[in-house]
Write a protein that binds this ligand. Structure first.
Ligand SMILES: [Zn+2]
Length: 368
């Protein structure tokens, strides 16, 4: 059964290992030796080479010892900074740091629970169907590990990503599609005092475009933002270049495409108004997903939580995670709360009780 002291010890070991995006080697080696010591095989894919990381995604496949669905769990190995020299402190049942670094519970709380599951499985006390454990690289820099993962030779019925902040019991049933834009305006430089009429102001083009668009919360499913604007060299030069980086997100693909099309119209109009040229790159960093209580992947999570006496909450996320990528591969996946709060800050913490709850949830989910 789940051992609280053991899962806390694993978690402490994990967070002390420095593992920023593209530098997950030491952490991956720790996970490999843990899994292998428990008698299971690990496989590392070629993603490291493809994305310039020193590590690939790790995959552990555990055959079932009974009938039952095939279940996948996933956590990412990389963390954001500052993460060098994490020293976990346990106080009143809360694990945190002294405030100099993040804790890295995002996503090492998920990894700790997966390794605890491995320990429980090694004890051979439960019957379960086939289990796949995936430890991805480079999640924080654009889901790069998951995007390079090839699961096409595996049969997977349900996938649970352990990477949502907040309590165990949170089930993220939907997350948005996103479009990103890199827009470059090209005008014509001129002396701003002597001959402004011979110039074409690229910043004015960008500013016309931005003032034409609706930004912020568009509706309850859709948001849009201009996040970067760059351009110009000096106050006395009509600027010939300006660059804008923007995005739009929606849980609803039709609404996303409408919003993105409107933004592109504005980007073009801004250029036309001053006679500048514009180049627009539009790309989709990830697809969205949406599930309901009636989907079995959600139903099973709710049932497992019920059996543990943990209340559940269905949540709509505003951000992307590896879950989006699994769904795009055609795998039924949701993202689960892994217990951490204030992730990506030096205030990050996770309660010991939540680490234990998460490990218990994984054990409950795999029981045949
Ligand atoms: Zn994360």
């Amino acid at each position: 059964m789940v051992d609280e002291n053991r899962v806390v010890r694993i978690f402490e070991n994990l967070v002390k290992i420095y593992s920023p995006s593209y530098r997950e080697r030491t952490l991956a080696d720790y996970i490999k030796s843990y899994v292998e010591a428990m008698g299971f095989l690990t496989y590392e894919d070629e993603t490291g080479l493809a994305i310039g990381s020193d590590t690939g995604n790790l995959i552990v496949t555990i055959p079932g010892n009974a009938g039952g669905s095939s279940i996948l769990f996933a956590s990412h190995m990389d963390t954001v900074e500052p993460a060098r020299g994490v020293e976990p402190i346990i106080e009143d049942g809360i694990i945190k740091t002294g405030g100099q670094t993040i804790l890295g519970a995002d996503d090492k709380a998920g990894i700790a629970a997966m390794l605890e599951l491995i320990s429980v499985l090694a004890g051979k006390s439960i019957s379960h169907g086939p289990i796949h454990l995936v430890f991805t690289v480079a999640e924080e820099v654009g889901l790069e590990g998951a995007k390079n993962l090839d699961l096409s030779d595996k049969h997977i019925d349900f996938a649970y990503v352990l990477d949502s902040n907040g309590k165990i019991g949170n089930i993220v049933v939907s997350a948005p599609y996103q479009d990103s834009f890199v827009v470059e305006y090209k005008g014509k430089a001129a002396h701003a005092g002597l001959a402004p009429e011979t110039g074409i102001n690229a910043i004015a083009a960008a500013s016309n475009a931005i003032s034409c668009m609706r930004l912020g919360r568009i509706d309850e499913e859709t948001t849009a933002n201009v996040g970067v604007i760059e351009g110009g060299r000096a106050g006395n030069i009509v600027p010939d270049k300006a660059k804008v980086i923007a995005e739009a997100r929606s849980i609803n693909l039709v609404k996303l495409e409408e919003q993105s099309d409107r933004m592109i119209d504005c980007f073009k109009k801004g250029a036309q108004e001053v006679g500048a040229e514009v180049s627009i790159q539009r790309y989709r960093p990830y697809e969205g997903y949406s599930a309901t209580e009636n989907d079995e992947v959600v139903r099973r999570a709710i049932d497992a939580l019920d059996r543990l006496g943990i209340p559940h909450r269905l949540i709509k996320s505003g951000g992307g995670s590896d879950t989006n990528v699994f769904n795009a591969m055609g795998i039924n996946a949701v993202n689960l709360g892994m217990g951490a709060e204030y992730v990506h800050t030096t205030e990050e913490y996770v309660p010991v009780a939540e680490l234990k709850n998460l490990a218990n949830l994984l054990v409950e989910l795999v029981k045949a």
